[in-house]
Each structure stands twice: as C-alpha cells, then as structure tokens.
Design a protein around this ligand. Sequence first.
Ligand code: F0G
Length: 450
Amino acid sequence: MRGYRAKMVEPTRLVPPEERERALSEAGYNVFNLPSDRVFVDLLTDSGTGTMSSEQWAALLLGDEAYAGASSFDHLREAVEETMGFSRIVPAHQGRGAENVLYGSLVAEGDTVLNNAHFDTTRAHIAANGADPVDCPTEEAGDFDSEHPFKGNFDVDAARDVADDVGPENIPAVVVTITNNSTAGQPVSVANLRETRAFADEIDATFVIDACRFAENAAFVQQREPEFEGESVAAIAREELSYADAVVMSGKKDGLTNIGGFVAVRDTPDLDALYDACRQRGILYEGFTSYGGMAGRDLEAFAVGLREAVTDHYVTARVEQVRELGEALDDAGVPIYWPPGGHAVYLDANALLPHIESSEFPGQALVCALYEEGGVRGVELGSFAFPDTDRPDLVRLALPRRTYSAEDIRHVVDTAAAVADRADELTGYRVVSEPSVPELRHFSARLEPL
Ligand code: F0G
C-alpha cells in the first residue's frame, strides 16, 4: 500500500529505440553521461531524487536565510534531536561534506578505520586523510541466497583480528553503515550495534553510525528482530542511534530532501573536543555553523523530511516497494542478490551473463541493455566501478523515494525479463578513455561494445 497520492507531476517519456541507441552511443556507453530526458525510469540512485511532501514544499517558504542565527537551523536541530536523539549538529551540504568534516577531525595519517563496509565516498575521505579503511562485513554478506535477516552486520571477530594486527591505539573510529549500501542495502540488527559499541569501547575508539538510511534500517529491525516486534519505527530509529558517539548523515536519503547533510556529536564532555573540531572544520569547508552549505529553505524541508521518514506510514510502504520489485524480478527469472535491500535491488550480472568475463564488464553490459531495452537507468557496481578489486559484478536498481508507480515498477521488471531472455546475445565492453583518478572511473569513462 503506497499511502500517498501525487499532486505535482513531471512527465516522463520512453523515447523510441533508435533514439535510445543513439543517446547511449553518444554517452560513450556510460549512463552517467545520458541526459535525464532520455531516461524513462531512473534508478541510478535513491540520493536526492525522491519526491518531497506537500508539508515539505510548504516549509520551504519558511526558510530563514540569515547567515547566522537562522531559525531554520534551530528547526533542523530540534528535528534531529527528536528523531535521532542528538542535540549537537554541524550542518553540511550533503553526506560527503559531512564525511569530510567528521573524518578530517577524527582520523590521522597511518590510522585504520573499521566499517561493516565503506561506501565509496567514505572510503575516499578516510584514505584522503592518510588512513586505511578496512571492511568487516558479516560472513553471510557474501552469500547471495542466504535468508539471514541482517546481512549488513559488522563482524566483531574480524574487527578484533584487525585490531590485534594494527594495534587498537591506531583505530580512532569504528563505523557501522545502516543500511549497508556496499552490501546490497542489507540491514544491521540492534543487537549487532550493541555488540559493536562494546567493541569500540574495548579498543577506546569513537563509535560512528553512517545513518543515511537509518529509517529503512529501523523498518527491517521492526520486521525481523523479535525484541522490537510491535515497536514504532520512530522508537527503533532512536534506539539504533542511541549507541553512537557520532552520526554522519546525508539528507538526500532518509532526510527525504534533494540536498543536505550533517554530523551529529553526542553531548558528553569527552566528545566536546571532537564537536569543536567538527564545528571549525565545518566553517572552513561547508559554511557557518547555522547553515553549512544549505539554504535556509533546505534546512526547513530537511526538518520536516526527517520526521516523515520515521513514520511507519511512510517507511513501511517504502521498503515494501523495493521488496516488490525484488520479488517480481526473482519470479521473472532475473538473478538478484537476495533478499532485496532497503533502497535498491541488486542484479547479479555474473549469474546472468556467465559468458562475459569480469574484465569485459558484465555489469556494464547489463546496464546498457536495460537502457536500450526499456529506457531504464541502473548503475554498475562491480569490475567497472571498482577496478582492481574482486567485487562481484552487481547492477544496482535504486528506487527514488515516493516517486515511481506500480506501472513503472512493472515496466522495469518486463524490461529486465526481456534482457534476461536474450542474455546470451549480450557482449562485453572495453574502456576507451578514463579519468586520471581510477577510483572515480565509472563516473566519466567512455566505453565501446566488443
Ligand atoms: N554514505 C552512504 C552509505 C551513502 O550511500 C552515500 C551516498 C554517502 C555516504 C554520501 O552521501 O551523496 O549525500 O554525499 N550514496 C549515494 C548512492 C550517492 O547513490 O548510493 P552524499
């Protein structure tokens, strides 16, 4: 049940096959280069692409655009306190701005940072500060068929081994990303957050939660962790975050906004120095402490969005829509990472295209075929996006929040099923030009079919 109706619409159009073919060729077979008006159903990302509510649009008009002391900042701070339990925040223009503020204050050359799985920008910010980002995913994460309810969990035993290896004094931060975007959007249990918190205490590290999708994670906890059956998503969301010393947030996900983010730091004396360092760094890179790169109106929409995100009404329908897409793809015989995540379904391109070697980018072949077949834009997260790693060739179909209808979802399933039917005809790709930074290759490289 969707639980909302549209009162503002944006037309979409499926351009004819020859136009799609031309657009893809002109884009160098890289869907990041496609103009959005050539895309029919855009599942590139769930970040900043959702639909705001009428309450959020109304709140925009109340934005206080004062440079300092804006009431809109107080409104956001109050909403964070209510929904997340943190009274001190440093605003930022989006999640990676918040990462720069936090990790630039917390991490130094030669350190190691542990995470259930680092998202790309998180990894890059930690590496940019001279530290080593190490993933500690739970073992079940690698099993695409396991029904384990919390495949996003942090593996404390693996983390303890790393700590023994590098020395706990060299680990300033332990991070848990909820839900775990780099592990197919899988959730983390509250029991695992408690256990990880205890481990962080044991090694005297700051415990950080990347809370981009904290409401979706809470919806899974409500459904799958017996202790929380019958509890509201809002209460579970606060419980999840109650274990953290600091939170890093992108409003473009569970803030239900098009832009925005912040760092939150627990209000205890032992974290005063971290909060102060974040404030100063925030002023330098993001803007003054009461706006941090957001307009006053963005702060207002963000405050309303956070409160909406933790309602059962909104978030239950949200994770249900993603699950429906996953189940329908599975029924249609398209191989996917199971179970579906909170924000996206991940297709298994290695299983669908076994005749294409990883070096010839089966994931990118699938992304291109989905676009050619039905104007559907997904994103490759495999050997093309992560050169020189042994990541599986996954294609992510991320659903923007409150945006697409059941007919759009049906179209995506029919498109993927049609591609699966002619999977053996698909060929691999080769890179013809790429940028100087290998980690950012998939954003701007050009390719050609083999
Ligand atoms: N952390 C996680 C877990 C994310 O998924 C993202 C962004 C960020 C931090 C950075 O936030 O985009 O506001 O700067 N994820 C988007 C995605 C881009 O498509 O998954 P940002």
